[in-house]
Design a protein around this ligand. Structure first.
Ligand SMILES: *[C@@H]1O[C@H](CO)[C@@H](O)[C@H](O)[C@H]1NC(C)=O
Length: 196
């Protein structure tokens, strides 16, 4: 379960701290099916915007090191109750299949991300690296402003999932909301290669 929590933490932190969206880009999925890409999927007036995101290697290797950088901005304070609605799709034989929500992983609606963060990282404890080093917060509320995560290394632990479930191409969309209002939306396409 610890590994699953680490993955959820990473996903949630990426989504909340890096607050998402870069203008209304309801483009059809880009032709670049292979490898990493990202785009905003929110409304033009969404207050929370992701500005840059890099991830390497491509494909992401599990277990293995992940190098990431990100920057985002929010014009409103992100405070409880914050929701993140995640839709995860996996490419299977040329089709995108929605991965169901199982044990809080997959296409899940997280209705109270602030409480989830408090559960994963007890308040009063240092935020996990590299957030601590860069003085980035890991609990609500997140003040309005610009957040920048310089290029940082993460270790992705082995995930206890069958080979056929981890390997492949994925699309994940996260919609950040509060009180029924959309604050931001981010869509990321990536590939995963498992060594196990
Ligand atoms: C997230 O999903 C819930 C239903 O589970 C819905 O009520 C809510 O409006 C959604 N939030 C956003 C921002 O779309």
């Amino acid at each position: 379960m610890t590994n699953a929590l680490a993955v959820i933490t990473l996903c949630v932190l990426m989504q909340v701290i890096c607050a998402l969206n870069f203008g209304k880009t309801y483009k059809p999925y880009s032709a670049k099916v292979f490898g990493f890409s990202w785009e905003n999927c929110g409304m033009p007036d969404d207050p929370s915007v992701l500005k840059t995101l890099t991830l390497s290697p491509d494909p992401i290797t599990i277990p293995g090191d992940l190098t990431a950088s990100a920057s985002g901005a929010t014009t409103v304070e992100l405070a409880a109750p914050l929701s993140v609605n995640v839709t995860l799709e996996k490419e299977v034989a040329g089709f995108w299949i929605k991965v169901p929500c199982v044990d809080e992983i997959g296409s899940c609606d997280y209705t109270d991300v602030c409480a989830l963060l408090n559960q994963l990282i007890p308040p009063g404890q240092d935020c996990p690296e590299p957030l601590h080093t860069y003085g980035m917060p890991c609990h609500c509320p997140f003040k309005a402003g610009v957040y920048t995560l310089p290029t940082s290394d993460f270790f992705l632990p082995d995930i206890d999932l069958p080979y056929w479930l981890t390997n492949g191409h994925y699309k994940v969309q996260g919609v950040l909301g509060a009180m029924g209002k959309e604050l931001g939306c981010l869509r990321i396409t990536f590939a995963v290669h498992s060594n196990t």
